[in-house]
Design a binder for this molecule. Structure first.
Ligand SMILES: [Zn+2]
Ligand SMILES: [Zn+2]
Length: 314
């Protein structure tokens, strides 16, 4: 006796044509892909350090032997922390002082020349989005490529990124200068240009370019604040209420949102200013496509140095 065949998912039934059924399947696949979480709760628990446990008691049995997989007792994290030099500290101090001076001076000049209208708001939002994207590009580049033993940039600029993955809470023990020195440095040339424009241009030229100036100014403020915002996203205790509100409203990077980046092997959610661009960039496979192209062109493996430090044992 022939058994009844199961109804194939795209069979004509209930008046649905195969074409509309195909469309329905395509739409439902799209929806599933878009709605799928970037990292599941289980992946977050098993492949990232449990930062909201103040006593670091949460060590899963899957951890390798008695060696800590993350945290301040990790051998690689200790070695990297020791590479922070007095010369680097001086560079950070100089950058913080110069950036704050320029930022304050530019701010006073901006207020004096302020032209408030709706397009100013658009310029401000575009400035914040640019800062978020820039934070993603710099973070992705430093996490994915290069090595700590490269001359000059290795010890001074790549080292903190490696340390951060194996001891994410180390950032919460860094003071204002160590946290913000490098980000403040990036904004100095742009802030310098803004001050120069607002002090040397005539009234009508400032009028014409004010929205561009406002765009770059807000972009600089958010770029400068990025690592402070990032530090807050790792701080689970004692944050001021206004910071928690900014995180809850997703005006700055929220804590739960940033946990997704800290799932090993740290290959997504690189934007750390507001994090607004993380989801769309992930769904567009932006970072993985860039990595495929670069690997094909250069033969370099993404995150090879990051992996080397993560596996360091005493
Ligand atoms: Zn990272
Ligand atoms: Zn982080």
């Amino acid at each position: 006796m022939a058994l009844p065949l199961p109804i194939p998912p795209c069979a004509k039934r209930d008046g649905l044509s195969s074409l509309s059924c195909e469309r329905f399947e395509y739409a439902s696949t799209m929806a599933t892909t878009l709605l799928a979480p970037v990292k599941t709760e289980r992946e977050i628990l098993e492949h990232s350090m449990y930062e909201d446990d103040p006593n670091a008691n949460t060590q899963l049995p899957s951890e390798v032997g008695s060696q800590p997989r993350w945290g301040p007792r990790h051998r690689g994290a200790q070695e990297l922390a020791e590479l922070y030099s007095p010369g680097k500290r001086i560079q950070e101090w100089v950058c913080v002082v110069v950036c704050c001076t320029l930022c304050f001076y530019a701010g006073v000049l901006m207020v004096r020349n302020m032209r408030a209208d709706a397009s100013l708001l658009l310029a401000a939002v575009a400035g914040v989005l640019t800062a978020d994207f820039a934070s993603g590009v710099v973070h992705w580049a430093a996490d994915t490529w290069g090595a700590v033993d490269l001359p000059i940039i290795g010890k001074n600029f790549i080292r903190p990124f490696r340390e951060h993955h194996i001891d994410p809470t180390s950032i919460t023990r860094h003071d204002f200068i160590e946290t913000n020195g490098d980000n403040f440095a990036i904004t100095i040339p742009v802030l310098g240009r803004i001050v120069w424009q607002l002090t040397t241009y005539d009234e009508s030229s400032i009028d014409k370019q004010f929205h561009w100036i406002a765009y770059w100014y807000l972009c600089c403020i958010f770029v400068a604040m990025t690592n402070q915002i990032h530090k807050w996203s790792h701080t689970y205790f004692g944050l001021p209420t206004w910071v928690v509100c900014l995180q809850e409203w997703h005006i700055v990077l929220p804590r739960r949102h940033h946990r997704i980046h800290h799932v090993a092997p740290h290959e997504t959610y690189f934007c750390i200013t507001t994090g607004w661009l993380n989801w769309p960039l992930e769904k567009l496979h932006f970072w993985s496509m860039l990595e495929t192209i670069i690997e094909a062109l250069t033969g370099c493996k993404p995150r090879a140095d990051d992996m080397k430090w993560a596996q360091k044992r005493s």
